[in-house]
Design a protein around this ligand. Structure first.
Ligand code: AMP
Length: 221
């Protein structure tokens, strides 16, 4: 199955996306992770993206579509993929549709993670990530050791989790990403809204139900 996860920053797309990918036995691609790796490695794409990312703005569509095109053409992504944060503008949604069409594939489902603004601010403001393994945590302080056994990394705050960048990211979401919802509805893509508030396992249960709905719909088609 090819699944797209949509929703504001901090909605839990990364965490739930890992679980969805594992359940479906397909890889997950998150453009945010690809871009952060490029920044760390100092590639030309990373250098070009860094300024946008640090202030919480969106990276240009052609950069994102380049990443997506390259990733989807790889053999390991040929039997399905979970796309996390990959579509944040209408031109990206249109571009992804073209990339899939060229590969004679299409999106099976869009899962939209629904969460209120104040909960996003609360989650992102309290988030740290391990500088080494990149695992996100809540309720830990920058400088704490990474709790993952054997990692040995230190937790840091992401630059774009600072208050001014959070405001910019939420504005980008409202202005550029929310219109994507209407676009997918008009396109006729199977679209399921998920309540993203609550314990991680509860949200996972809702996601699994959505995947079942998505799978049975796929069989009927
Ligand atoms: P994330 O880890 O998903 O929160 O993404 C971190 C940052 O990477 C975003 O704030 C954007 O600057 C950039 N980014 C990731 N995915 C996209 C996308 N599909 N379109 C534009 N920018 C993106």
């Amino acid at each position: 199955m090819n699944i797209l996860l949509l929703g504001p920053p901090g909605a839990g797309k990364g965490t739930q996306g890992e679980r969805v990918a594992e359940r479906l036995g397909v890889p997950k691609i998150a453009t945010g992770d690809v871009l952060r790796a490029a920044v760390r490695e100092g590639t030309s794409m990373g250098l070009a993206a860094k300024g946008f990312m640090d202030r919480g703005a969106l990276v240009p569509d052609d950069v994102i579509l380049g990443i997506v095109k390259e990733a989807l053409a790889t053999p390991e992504m040929s039997s399905g993929v979970v796309l996390d944060g990959v579509v944040r503008t209408v031109p990206q949604a249109q571009g992804l549709k073209r990339v899939f069409a060229d590969l004679r594939r299409s999106l099976d489902c869009v899962l939209m993670f629904d969460i209120a603004d104040d909960e996003v601010v609360r989650r992102l403001g309290g988030r740290t990530v391990c500088e080494r393994c990149q695992t996100p945590y809540t309720g830990k302080a920058p400088g704490d050791p990474c709790p993952r056994p054997g990692c040995g990394g230190t937790l840091v705050r992401r630059k774009d989790d600072e208050p001014s960048a959070i405001r910019t990211r939420m504005q980008a979401y409202r202005e550029q990403t929310e219109p994507v919802v209407a676009w997918y509805r008009a396109d006729g893509t199977h679209f399921i809204r998920i309540d993203a508030v609550g314990a991680v396992d509860d949200v996972t249960r809702r996601v699994v139900e959505a995947l079942d709905e998505c799978g049975s719909e796929g069989e009927r088609r």
